[in-house]
Design a protein. Sequence first.
Length: 115
Amino acid sequence: QVQLVESGGGLVPAGGSLRLSCVGSGFTFSSFHMTWVRQAPGKQRELVELITTAGSTTYTDSVKGRFTISRDNAKNTAYLQMNSLKPEDTAVYFCKVRVGTRDYWGQGTQVTVSS
């Protein structure tokens, strides 16, 4: 079955960096677009960045120039490099993949940025 496992979250001061990882299994990783989504307390989930099978990326304006999504198909892993973190980046970060008509989500990893 499809599984996604995120890691790499933590507590960092404003201006710091983190690198999140998402390992996928149960599907042909290289054949699917991968997405990072975040959910801050009391807010709806928000798309952060998406990377297509061809390596093209789409991101939300609030992370432009600070976050970079990438993928290593040989390792079935998607990454989210987060630099210049701000307190408003505090959220649970999830990776997501759509296989067929269904979305699959990881369990999430908490990112907390202190001011």
